[in-house]
Design a protein around this ligand. Sequence first.
Ligand code: PLP
Length: 413
Amino acid sequence: MEEPAVLERFDVDRIRQDFPILTRTVNNRPLVYLDNGATTQKPRQVIDAIVEYYTQYNSNVHRGVHHLSQLATDAFEVTRRKLKPFINSAHEHEVILTKGTTESINLVASCYGKAFVHAGDEIIISAMEHHSNIVPWQLCCEERGATLKVIPINEAGELDMEAYRSMLNERTKMVAITYVSNALGTVNPVKDIIGLAHAVGAPVLLDAAQAIQHLSIDVQALDVDFLVFSGHKMYGPTGIGVLYGKEKWLDAMPPYQGGGEMIKEVTFEKTTYNELPFKYEAGTPNIEAGICLAYAIDYINSVGLDQIARHEHDLLEYATGHLLEVPHIRLIGTAREKSSVLSFLLDGAHPYDVGVILDKLGIAVRTGHHCTQPLMDHYGIPGTVRASIAMYNTKADIDALVTGVERAAAMLL
Ligand code: PLP
C-alpha cells in the first residue's frame, strides 16, 4: 500500500469528489449530510479497498499458510502499523482492534475492573458521557462493589474542574471521560484531567469517538492510559474500532473473551494466553473493516488533521453565528472550546419535528437524546437537533441548514 501525498491546500470541492454518496439527492434535493457524529461517509479509496478485498484476497487472518490468507493477514496488520504513528503509541502491540468504541470501553471496564477495582473503590465519569461510557462502568461498579462518581457541568456544557479535583482520592481507580462531547461539542481539558488523576494514582480512559476524526491525538504526549475510538466515525468501515492501552495495563489485565487468536496453548487443564495484542483479539475479527481502516487513516493523513480542524472550526463559527440569528433558537452547548457539533432547539417545537422537516429538504441531522439521556435530563429537555460537521461539509451546507431551520420555525411556531 503506497503512502498518499499530503494535499498542499485544503480544497473542499476536491475532497467532495472522493465521496460518491455526496452527489446523490434525497427527497429530490441535493443531500446535505450533517449527521457525521453518528457516522461519516466513506471516500472512494475505502470503498474500492472493500471491493478489492472481497474480489482479490478474501481469506481468514493469522491462520492459513496459503497465499490469500497471508495477503489478508499482512493487510490487516498494516492497519495496526498505521495506527501506531496515527496516535503515536510507543508500541504496535498496544493497539488492540475491536468492534468499536463501545466494545473497547466494555473491554476495559470488564478486564481492568476484575484486576484492579474492589469494594469501596470509586470510578469517575462526567455528566456529558455517551451511554457507552456510562453503562459499562455501572456494570463494573455493581460487580465489584464500587461507587460511580459524576463530574458536574456548567450551563455552557463545561466540566466543573473544581468539583473534579475534590472527587479525586486514593479510592479513585479510574477516570473515564469523553474527549469531545457528542451532544454538546465540548472539547474537554484532557491533559489537566489526566495529570490530576495520575497525581492520585488513577489511570484515565479517553473516549475519543468524537475526537479522533477532528483533532490530532498523541497518546504519549497526553500520557493517557486508554484511548478508544470507532472506524466508522473517521471515514472508515463499521464494525472496527480501536483500544489503545499502555502495555503495563494490558499486560496486567485478564483477557476479555476466550477462543481463537487469544490462546497460546490449550489443554483441558489449563490455557495459556497469547501475547499482546492478540490476547484481547479472540475469534475471527471483522477482516474487511480492519484492512480498510488503513485506507481511512491514509485519507485523513493525506488531507492533514490540522487542515481538517481549521476548516471544521471555520464552519462551526459560521454556523453558530448564522443559526443564532434564527428566531426562537437555543443552542445547547456553548463551551469556549468546541469541535464540530451544533446542538440546538427551536423553543416551542419538538426536535423530532424539526428533524422531519429538515429531512424533507434533503438535510440529514440527528434528533433525540444522542445516547446521553442523563445530559438531556441535566438540561431538562427531551433531546436536541444535532448538526455535526465533517471535512467535506461546506458553507453551502450550513446555509441550507439555516434556511431549513427558518422554514421549520415558520411552520412549527
Ligand atoms: N462515545 C461517543 C462520544 C460517541 O459519540 C459514540 C457514538 O456515537 C460512542 C461512544 C459509541 O460508538 P460506537 O457506537 O461506534 O461504539
